[in-house]
Design a protein around this ligand. Structure first.
Ligand SMILES: Nc1ncnc2c1ncn2[C@@H]1O[C@H](COP(=O)(O)OP(=O)(O)OP(=O)(O)O)[C@@H](O)[C@H]1O
Ligand code: SF4
Ligand SMILES: [Mg+2]
Length: 337
């Protein structure tokens, strides 16, 4: 694949290739991530979507080196500016975390210490990775709080986490993730507990910052409507695999994979007013008991005999990949599968 860096084709910050993260449990090997590939570019947002249990968090944790026993990365590579994170020692990963790569968790209290004032926490975070004076660190903390839309940052610095509303607390956690201008941020459903308007507002602010600073971001969510207007690319996961990947608007306008089409059908804003919400029939199958062949075939309206085989992940239209034998929206004769 020839790559000329242009405004639309920024250089890759992260390239995940055929990632396998498995949990070796008593009941068997749970392939939580089973051959996941995607690329995130400078200043771009990748929306990583899929139902509960599809492997989004485990993918994020794998990138950050946070997978604990009985889980481990069993194969593939995670190239960060070409360096394979899957091969780094724990100490090397710790150096990268919170510095060049940051994570925003669903629960801001994973980041915040309840007994310390915000200024103390932020100054410590800055000084852990940068040789700056306390005053400089404080200034950086105040500027970053302002950047994520916290009013009167100077006064708010003196507060404790419990003195903030849920939305403001999550903004503080996001500000901490942004403190070092990381090159990559993995945000794992950081706004799902919040009101939809506030979610969209926070995501819009973070996206603007990423575009300005060149930070690449993975925004994990089970809610397509959250990333619809704000992500650049979309990767849709089902049962530990990426089943579709492509630019967000094209993917939402004309999905290739029946699972993506089903997810879009269940996004309220894309349904006509008054129409009942369409649900994808059936349940996500247990990873220990996946149907052979295409894992989606027990729920797929287009399933045929051939789907008992494993569909390859391939480029079905320019810049658009999917794992399906009978995709939607591919003119006859054009499907590469
Ligand atoms: N420690 C573990 N031991 C065994 N299985 C695990 C472990 N952690 C995660 N898994 C399995 O990995 C799969 C993927 O989980 P993951 O948390 O990544 O899903 P998710 O897409 O983030 O879902 P959600 O939307 O609910 O957050 C699940 O089936 C889960 O049971
Ligand atoms: S391969 Fe078959 S079962 Fe799987 S998504 Fe495509 S049509 Fe449906
Ligand atoms: Mg999750």
């Amino acid at each position: 694949m020839a790559q000329t860096p242009t405004a639309n084709d920024a250089s890759p910050v992260l390239e995940v290739r055929d990632l396998q993260t498995h949990f070796f449990t008593r009941a068997g090997v749970v392939k939580a991530v089973d051959g996941v590939s995607f690329t995130v570019r400078r200043g771009k947002v990748l929306g990583l979507v899929g139902e509960s249990g599809s492997g989004k968090t485990v993918t994020g944790f794998s990138i950050l080196g946070l997978v604990d026993a009985p889980g481990r990365i069993a194969g593939g590579s995670i190239l960060f500016h070409g360096q394979d994170l899957a091969k780094l020692s724990e100490e090397e990963m710790r150096q990268l975390r919170g510095n060049r790569i940051a994570m925003i968790f669903q629960d801001p209290m994973m980041t915040l210490n309840p007994v310390l004032r915000i200024d103390t926490q932020m100054i410590e975070t800055v000084q852990a990775h940068a040789k700056v004076s306390r005053e400089e660190a404080r200034q950086r903390a105040r500027d970053t709080l302002g950047m994520v839309g916290i009013p009167s940052p100077e006064e708010r610095l003196k507060a404790y986490p419990h003195q903030f509303s849920g939305g403001m607390r999550q903004r503080v956690a996001i500000a901490i993730a942004l403190l070092h201008r990381p090159e990559l941020i993995v945000a794992d459903e950081p706004t799902t507990a919040l009101d939809v308007t506030i979610q969209a507002q926070i995501l819009a602010e973070v996206q603007k910052l990423c575009a300005q600073t060149g930070t690449a971001m993975i925004w994990i969510t089970h809610d397509l409507s959250v990333v619809a207007g704000l992500a650049d690319d979309l990767a849709v996961m089902y049962a530990g695999r990426v089943v579709e990947r492509g630019p967000v608007s094209e993917t939402l306008d004309a999905p290739l994979h029946p699972y993506t089409a089903g997810l879009i059908g269940s996004v309220p804003s894309r349904n006509k007013r008054g129409e009942p919400l369409r649900q994808i029939p059936g349940m996500t199958p247990s990873l220990l008991n996946l149907p052979g062949g295409c894992a989606f075939r027990t729920r797929c309206p287009k399933a045929q005999e051939k789907c008992r085989q494993d569909p390859p992940f391939g480029e079905l239209l320019p810049g658009r990949e999917a794992r399906c034998f009978f995709p939607y929206n591919v003119p006859a004769g054009e499907a590469a599968a």
